[in-house]
Design a protein around this ligand. Structure first.
Ligand code: P53
Length: 477
């Protein structure tokens, strides 16, 4: 069969501002939630901690990150050398509004992204921008309680409008909230990353999550509405973390458990794409006695502010587990089990290319919207040789098998896919663990978990491989 990826397919890579830029105090930038998160370690099992503000002596990996703030020209040039058509990054909210509640934006922050987007266009690289990618202003957390507070909707919309107005002729593709549905597992880490909320002792984390997610979804819908008013050509999408959840066995109850878990994690996509909540969410609130502030006006906004396309990340799949006490088949990541048919990365992420084909079909069946895979990649320990090279064949294997699955879904099932931006073309700080040694890049950056290194860039084996993939529009894998 003929290769059917579109000719203008957006091949590229994705990062987030807080994980790559560094320069945490440059150009008037304010402190973000990423600036108060310490480094974890996969070997010792030490998790990332959230400190109360920036505390001297702690190791905060995002403060310098890979110093893209000072290296972006060199880095974009390397991406251009691979033939990148697209580069996804986020705009650090705290560069534009250092506290989040100001009336006027910070010009130095705005100018930085003007330069960055100009640099991309110089090489014909289309910038794709996420507005909120785990980097809310710390002031919004401390003084406003994050998205627990309805007022924060206005702060986000103001930020979004400033960005749309300023960059409308440089950036066509936007996404509102990165992986908005990670918080389906309502642990502190996710609640902070999405909503900027520090849980209090008597909080019910799940109830807090439903409330703040609702305000985020209203904020997202308002951003879509306002963005289209500013410029109808803007394409504004959602960003969903996609992990297909398989039944443990073919036992009928396991199938219901998997369906219930899918409901628990993906209702967010219904709100973004269909403009309404699925009924099972309201049933759940009733059953649990959750009192969520949702107004008629909110529901109208959700209906009007549906997204233009679906952006999603895909790394792995999950499988349900044994659990007797779950009559309503709620989402419960704690009970998920290892899939005996799959291998996993050193961080336990199960490698499942077929799941990507399944996911493309799942989205397509439900929402019938254009799609872009905005993250897919392999975090691994790399070994740099004396000449700077890295033989990362395992990364090539991972990406090759996933790209193959993606092409199968386009060729065999006809899914409407307009791009693929792998995570992350340059080594950066891991979001979940704060490590440098969990590497995703085609480009190695000389820096380790302790923050030591020269920051020198060098090309891995995968660099040359991906260059060929792009040059042949996916024919040579
Ligand atoms: P890291 C959890 C599960 C899957 C993806 O992740 C996730 C998360 C949240 O940490 O995050 C996305 O760096 C996210 C990126 C992140 C990337 O996946 O933990 O959008 O910011 O870096 C990879 O290995």
């Amino acid at each position: 069969m003929d290769m059917s990826l579109r000719k203008d397919f957006l091949w590229g890579g994705a990062v987030a501002a807080h994980q790559i830029e560094g320069g945490w105090q440059e150009g008037g930038k304010g402190i973000s939630i990423a600036d108060v998160m310490t480094a974890g370690d996969n070997v010792t099992g030490a998790p990332r901690r959230i400190t109360d503000g920036v505390i001297e002596g702690e190791n905060y990996p995002n403060h310098e990150a890979t110093d893209f703030y000072h290296h972006y020209k060199e880095d974009i040039k390397l991406l251009a050398e691979m033939g990148f058509k697209a580069f996804r990054t986020s705009i650090a909210w705290t560069r534009i509004f250092p506290r989040g509640d100001e009336d006027t934006p910070n010009e130095a922050g705005l100018a930085f992204y003007d330069d960055l987007f100009d640099e991309c266009h110089k090489y014909g690289i289309e910038p794709i921008v996420t507005l909120s990618h785990f980097e809310l202003p710390w002031t919004i957390v401390k003084e406003y309680d994050g998205f627990k507070n309805r007022q924060v909707i206005d702060f986000f919309v103001k930020f979004a409008k400033v960005c749309f107005e300023r960059y409308q002729h440089k950036v066509k593709y936007w996404m509102t909230f990165n992986e908005i549905n990670n918080q389906a597992d309502p642990i502190q880490h996710h609640i902070l990353q999405e909503g900027g909320i520090l849980l209090k002792e008597d909080d019910n984390p799940e109830e807090v999550m439903y409330q703040s997610a609702h305000y985020e979804l209203v904020a997202s819908a308002l951003a879509v509405i306002e963005g289209h008013k500013i410029n109808p050509d803007l394409q504004i999408g959602c960003m969903i973390a996609m992990n297909p959840i398989y039944p443990l066995t073919c036992k009928p109850e396991d199938n219901l458990a998997a369906q219930g878990a899918m409901h628990g994690k993906y209702w967010f996509a219904d709100v973004h794409c269909k403009g309404r909540y699925p009924k099972y969410v309201f049933k759940k609130w009733e059953r649990c006695g959750y009192n969520i502030d949702v107004t008629e006006e909110d529901l109208k906004i959700l209906k009007e502010g549906t997204v233009d396309y679906i952006g999603f990340s895909y790394y792995m799949s999950f499988a349900t587990g044994e659990r007797e006490d779950n009559p309503y088949y709620d989402y419960s990541e704690n009970y998920f089990t290892k899939n005996k048919y799959l291998k996993a990365s050193d961080w336990g992420w199960q490698i499942d290319p077929s799941g990507l084909r399944w996911a493309l079909n799942w989205f397509s069946d439900r929402y019938d919207l254009p799609m872009i895979i905005v993250e897919n990649g392999f975090g691994a320990y790399d070994k740099k040789e004396a000449d700077g090279s890295v033989d990362d064949s395992y990364r090539i294997d991972y990406l090759r098998s996933h790209i193959k699955a993606m092409i199968d879904a386009v060729n065999e099932e006809g899914v409407d896919l307009f791009g693929y931006t792998m995570w992350a073309p340059i080594d950066i700080v891991s979001a979940s663990t704060g490590e440098f040694d969990k590497r995703y890049g085609f480009i190695y950056v000389d820096k380790n978990n302790k923050g030591e290194g020269t920051l020198e860039r060098s090309k891995k084996k995968s660099f040359y491989w991906y260059k060929d993939v792009i040059a042949t529009n996916g024919e040579k894998l």
